[in-house]
Design a protein around this ligand. Sequence first.
Ligand code: PLP
Length: 443
Amino acid sequence: MTHLIHRNLRHTPPVAVSAFGMYMRDSAGKTYLDASGGAAVSSLGHSHPDVLAAMQAQMKSASYAHSGFFTTDVAEELAHRLATDAPGDLNHVYLVSGGSEAIEAALKLARQYFVEGGEPQRRVFIARRQSYHGNTLGALALGGNEARRRQFELLLMDVARVAPCYEYRDRPAGQDLQDYTAGLLAELEERIIEAGPQNVIGFCAEPVVGATLGAVPATPGYFKGVRALCDRYGILFIADEVMCGMGRTGTLYAIEQDGVVPDLVALGKGLAAGYQPVGAVLARDHVVERVRNGSGVFQHGHTYNAHPVAAAAALAVQKVIRRDCLLGAVTVRGATFRRMLRDAFGAHRNVGDIRGRGLFVGLELVQDRDTKRPFDPDLKLHAAVKEQAMACGLMVYPMGGTIDGRRGDHILLAPPFIATEADLAEVVTRLSDAVARALVAVR
Ligand code: PLP
């Protein structure tokens, strides 16, 4: 017998046979309301006619062009649009096939920047505990997801770590928000000094943490402080916007809301909204100019770089977001959604925190909201929520267990930007049901 390898080798998931708008349907005829866009991917919902048409047109004209031989109009136009809409002088775009690839490319471009600048000794990246930057070895090394790292530790490069900006759990009662933020920045500075600033390549962080914490934005001033430290010590700031970028938080780039310009930005997921596998790295002028004026070659590359059909899908997605004013819709609907969630769960004993920006929202589940005591990770409450949600015909993206030595159960919600108020109300109704059932199942 031959088998497709699924993530869980003992379990075959339902077979998806069709998807339209907010809904997916399986081969048994059951429909699922997609409240997580898969894993914060499907920002336009499913089967959007404009995106399908753009892909089809591109397939008919040139379905593949190796980037070592050709460029294409769609790839150039996509790069132009991403750079034009990006903050500051993030004027350069490198197109890959997904988020992990984007992170790998960002790490390598950052390293090459220093090698070509005559500083080949620089090798240290700094990242935050409870972060996720992808599953390839470089990206896995950067992230702090213990479960995903455990078996591969010996293969991973050393990365210096600092605390995440995780106010709900880490700010001691009574501590001023500014003092909490200053403490985090002091730790980052300490880590830079410990490694020797002359050895550090860069600091990488998600502007709004997704897959390990569930939509946790930074505290006010945190990223301004990060930018200032990176400038002071001459290291690069890499923003991982694979999950939180491309409109998910109400601005095209999540970091816009923090008022700083990173040196490199990694994109994925929402870039082509799942219609094609696409990722990108944006780089500032000074990064690319140094390599252009040095060796002239970025020592990297994949067979599917700047794939024309993928670029056509991403370009169409970006045009729809602009034409249909979806960034504004995300901001407005996001506020409504959080209000609905607060109405449903605000007094729930087992919901400790409801947080997020735009349509990127997280719920943290706890045994007791007053003490914030998490559930025993062995209960796998997050997995029970996913199972019960699927039973209720709802897709949410829970995560949990032990992450970097810390317990937690989080539910990430990332509905498509086209969600109506009625859709969001239905999400909350089904989620209430799923959470209630999951709590019974694990007790
Ligand atoms: N970076 C972040 C912040 C992510 O959330 C993810 C995926 O969840 C990745 C990188 C990796 O992206 P991909 O799964 O497309 O390789």
